[in-house]
Write a protein that binds this ligand. Structure first.
Ligand SMILES: O=C(CO)[C@@H](O)[C@H](O)[C@H](O)[C@H](O)COP(=O)(O)O
Ligand SMILES: O=C[C@H](O)COP(=O)(O)O
Length: 952
């Protein structure tokens, strides 16, 4: 665009003679910076500027104008894409506001405005618009700013409110006279409210933006269609072609003139109010058949604005004419055009209604695309600070995932998620469980408290840190312990989540109680295991250090819990609170993960900052196609619901492999219910493609600098064989913090696809109830209720409910196991659930056993230890799809341990848990068999392994 030549006055300048102000419908940083904007103001008399999402999309989506500032911001701060966009946009708006300020001053606040639109996503949300308009006004802080609010039914009350609040408002997206009348009413009422409250009205400016050319675009297309079809009214139709929009605008202007004559306005005017001017928008000519300055020349009139796009502005400067105050000419003709349009059934009311909807959604689309472009730049600049994801999906799944992501975009679902809108799931109490969305920022704000704790813990010189907790309270800390290892100057972090007496004894042997920090972790504070483990180790500590024992104990628990009361009573060293609105499995980035990590010496601020990168990347403003959490969750949800691929198989580089144990709980407990769900498959050694069915999605967590070539190759083979693989590359271990958050979002997203509530765990509760019944019975009678095996073969006894027993007839181990595993069908999975010590030998055993089953049956397998999995995958096994075939293994304990203060022992608790678990599996109609080993465990396990091999 060239500034006007000085030789003659620009026709744009001449509009002033008719009291019309030309504004520019365009913003771009380069244009402001290179002096072009200033030249338009000086030479052409441009008196204002409007922006909208489509304008910013063009400005920021193309070229490199903004790159320097993006670099600068990202070098200093961790921000979301929408925050980044807003910073850029606000700077642009401020720059333009400064250029226009002299116009604002000389026109005494009539002109010299620059407009910034509230997020188009809020066009149908009154409360959101009210909030956002105020927030943007405060953020820009320039007197010559106008906030743009759409003139929708939902926008009108917001306009009234914000005018009453004293903010300059540009009402956008007006097409119909009816909508305009409502807006005038809102504007007058807003000013009246101020007068009533004794506030000044003089400085409040407003424009009502009537969109013009889009009306002709729609009406003319209909005319052309009918003429082409040989309509009997063709001549009459052709006569109004290209005339309806201007006629509509003229009548809007007539309405404004009437308002200006009203008593209502007279009172406001007397109080110093300035009028709300009509602003003609959408004034670029779209139909080449018309003059390229049509919507400038025909809309000239006093006290109006025409916001003109650059090309039209250039054209008008070049060959525009000013035929007069065209707005008020031939009003009768305008009425005739509209009457004709009605007679001919052109349905102007219908068209304007559609145009509002289209206008809203096209600004939404533009904003999505704008945020997508900014996010792309942001990701490129952040580079290795972010984990990277590659999707290798078969064509049909890939297409369905893309469609799914677009569906999420269109429905604004990620914004609903962040807005805690329960209708995204089942409309139950989901909104109450979403505090994890904000916890990282909140913990960073309070990081000094954690850092002080870390300093003290170091000074006290603990040699070990022993965490006692289950599920959500133990699995996150376990990942941190396994991933980060021991830190110099800090105790080694051990995580105990078992009631197996041998395992407890083993952990006792690992610590020196006089130099151990014990962390008892339970959100509810009422969970059986941490409570009895606390009783046990409190005794151990007392024996070692007497009265000082309490000073070695820290509790992490939700406020008001039983554990909190115990910790207070006993005088624990510290009590860290949890958040009631975060469920256990979503708690790793709250104190439940952070306190043990801090105690073990993990650099906690850096860890949280990494997590914040994850939070910002999956924020509401990151469109689904570039939002890591939504992408992963959509792959999970779409693969499961549309392709039967519901086994989420997690593969990982050795150093970060424990992440799978945490993800397992998150996925299974969140999604496995009401017969639906995803079944996580963790730690199943990779095999060739022939070993897998078509029910899997693989996720490969690859730690770039420590990756295994062999694993890469195995994954490549899977991809080549057409298996869906999502590869997530971490550039350093600490980035598991980002992944924690991403997987939380992904699980919530998958939950929406599955139509379940991802925040409850009904079936975990069921087995807790069964266990409680059994331990109470033990306390009453001194024994667990008796039970009879349906078969015994040497040291192995077999138990099942009547239905499973009937299906498993046969007396020998071989016959029973064969019958059991013969029930496995393609698409099923097998769970080996062992209530024994989890040590190197048993882990190897379970791993060999599951792999033998997988390879023989070509099904997914889960290898789990009880009672730990009860707080994790146990939910999906009972509540999820009935595709699991379970082999529960129990054994006599070689040694038992007392539970201080209780009649029952750890061995009794474990037995009760196994039986409670089995009863619920059976009650849910699952294919389940329990085998109990008498005597030597290793021998028993060996004979089960060889019997399974023979049976499958
Ligand atoms: O600020 C405004 C209206 O207040 C303008 O930026 C308005 O959004 C634009 O004129 C229109 O969106 C442009 O419409 P069109 O030329 O794409 O039909
Ligand atoms: O995942 C949660 C476990 O069931 C443990 O719950 P808790 O933290 O309330 O003890």
């Amino acid at each position: 665009m060239n500034a006007a030549a000085n030789a003659k006055q620009s026709p744009l300048q001449e509009l002033a003679k008719f009291e019309q102000s030309p504004w520019l419908d365009f913003v771009r940083r380069g244009f402001t910076k290179d002096g072009s904007m200033a030249a338009l103001i000086a030479d052409d008399g441009v008196k204002g500027v409007t922006s909208n999402p489509a304008i910013f999309q063009k400005a920021m989506g193309e070229g490199t104008d903004y790159d320097a500032q993006i670099h600068e911001i990202l070098g200093k701060e961790i921000v979301s894409t929408s925050e980044l966009y807003e910073r850029l946009a606000i700077d642009d708006i401020r720059e333009v506001a400064k250029l226009l300020y002299p116009v604002f001053e000389t026109s005494k606040g009539v002109d010299g405005y620059v407009s910034l639109e509230v997020s188009p996503y809020l066009a149908r949300d009154t409360a959101g618009t009210i909030f956002e308009a105020g927030r943007l006004w405060d953020a820009v802080k320039e007197p010559n700013l106008m906030i743009k609010i759409p003139g929708t039914d939902e926008g009108a009350p917001a306009i009234e409110q914000k005018i009453a609040d004293g903010i300059n408002i540009n009402v956008t997206l007006l097409f119909s006279l009816d909508a305009y009348k409502k807006v005038v009413e809102a504007w007058l009422s807003g000013l009246e409210a101020r007068l009533k409250a004794g506030q000044p009205v003089a400085s409040i400016a407003s424009v009502a933006s009537f969109f013009v050319s889009r009306i002709d675009g729609k009406i003319d297309a209909e005319i052309d269609r009918r003429v082409k079809a040989g309509d009997k009214d063709s001549e009459a139709l052709k006569a109004v072609r290209g005339k309806v929009a201007i006629a509509n605008a003229k009548l809007a202007y007539q309405y404004w003139l009437e308002v200006m004559k009203s008593d209502r306005w007279a009172k406001l005017k007397a109080a110093g109010a300035q009028t709300q001017r009509l602003l003609w928008a959408s004034t670029g000519t779209k139909d080449k058949a018309y003059s390229d300055v049509l919507y400038v020349e025909q809309l000239i009139g006093p006290e109006t604005v025409n916001t003109i796009p650059p090309a039209t502005l250039d054209a008008f400067r070049d060959h525009g004419t000013l035929p007069g105050a065209t707005l008020t000419e031939d009003v009768e003709g305008a009425k005739h055009v509209l009457a004709e349009a009605e007679r001919l059934g052109l349905d102007l009311a219908g068209v304007t209604k559609v145009l509002v909807d289209e206008g809203v959604s096209s600004f939404e689309d533009a904003f999505d695309s704008l945020l997508g472009s900014v996010a792309k730049k942001q990701n490129d600049i952040l580079g290795k600070k972010l984990t990277e994801t590659k999707f290798s999906l078969p064509e049909d799944l890939d297409a369905a995932v893309k469609a799914g992501l677009d569906e999420w975009r269109r429905k604004g679902s990620i914004r609903k998620l962040w807005a805690r809108d329960a209708s995204l799931w089942t409309g139950a109490d989901e909104a109450k469980w979403l505090k994890w969305l904000d916890i990282v920022g909140e913990r960073l704000d309070h990081v000094a408290e954690l850092e002080a704790f870390q300093k003290e813990a170091r000074e006290r010189g603990f040699k070990q840190v022993l965490l006692l907790g289950m599920g959500g309270s133990s699995l996150g800390p376990e990942v941190l312990a396994e991933t980060f290892g021991k830190h110099e100057g800090f105790g080694h972090l051990y995580v105990l989540d078992s009631t197996d007496p041998q395992q407890i004894k083993t952990f006792e042997g690992k610590i020196d109680p006089a130099h151990t920090l014990f962390i008892v972790s339970s959100k509810s504070g009422g969970t059986l295991e941490p409570n009895i483990l606390l009783a046990y180790f409190y005794d151990v500590a007392k024996k070692a250090i007497g009265d000082k024992a309490a000073s070695h104990f820290v509790a992490v628990t939700d406020p008001g819990s039983h554990l909190e009361a115990v910790a207070k009573r006993e005088g624990f060293w510290k009590i860290f609170g949890g958040e009631k609105e975060i469920g256990g499995r979503y708690s790793v980035l709250s104190n439940f993960g952070l306190v043990p990590a801090t105690a073990a010496g993990v650099p906690i601020k850096l860890f949280l900052e990494d997590a914040l990168h994850g939070v910002k990347a999956s924020d509401a403003g990151a469109p689904p196609a570039v939002n890591p959490g939504v992408q992963l969750g959509t792959v999970f949800g779409v693969a499961a619901t549309k392709f039967g691929r519901d086994k989420i198989t997690i593969i990982a580089t050795k150093q970060i492999a424990d992440f799978g144990a945490w993800a397992e709980q998150l996925i299974a407990e969140s999604t496995g219910k009401i017969g639906k769900g995803l079944i996580p498959i963790d730690d199943e050694t990779l095999a060739g493609p022939a070993h897998y069915g078509s029910d899997r999605v693989f996720v490969y967590l690859r730690l770039a600098n420590e990756h295994s070539h062999e694993q890469d190759e195995a994954v490549r083979t899977l991809i080549e064989a057409g298996q869906p693989v999502v590869t997530i590359e971490l550039h350093e271990r600490r980035q598991i913090a980002q992944e924690f958050f991403r997987w939380e979002i992904a699980t919530a997203v998958a939950g929406a696809w599955l139509d379940i509530n991802p925040f409850d765990q009904p079936d975990v509760e069921a087995s807790k109830i069964e266990t409680k019944k059994l331990t109470s019975a033990y306390n009453d009678t001194g024994a667990l209720p008796s039970e009879e095996p349906f078969a015994t073969d040497g040291d192995l006894s077999f138990f099942a409910d009547a239905k499973n027993t009937a299906a498993l007839k046969g007396g020998s181990t071989h016959e029973i196991l064969k019958a059991h595993f013969d029930r496995v069908k393609p698409g099923d999975y097998v769970g080996v659930l062992a209530y024994i010590e989890r040590d190197r030998a048993t882990r190897e055993w379970i791993q060999h056993t599951r792999l033998a089953i997988r390879d023989a049956k070509k099904v997914a397998t889960a290898a789990e230890f009880g009672p730990r999995f009860l707080h994790s995958t146990g939910q999906a096994y009972k509540g999820g799809p009935n595709t699991g075939v379970f082999l529960q293994i129990t054994a006599d304990d070689a040694h038992d341990l007392p539970v201080p203060g209780e009649r029952f022992t750890f061995s009794v608790v474990k037995a009760a848990q196994a039986r409670g678990d089995f009863d619920v599996l059976a009650e849910r109609g699952r294919r389940a068999l329990r085998v109990h080993i008498k005597g030597d465990l290793a021998k028993g396990l060996a004979s089960i392994a060889s019997a399974i091999k023979a049976a499958i």
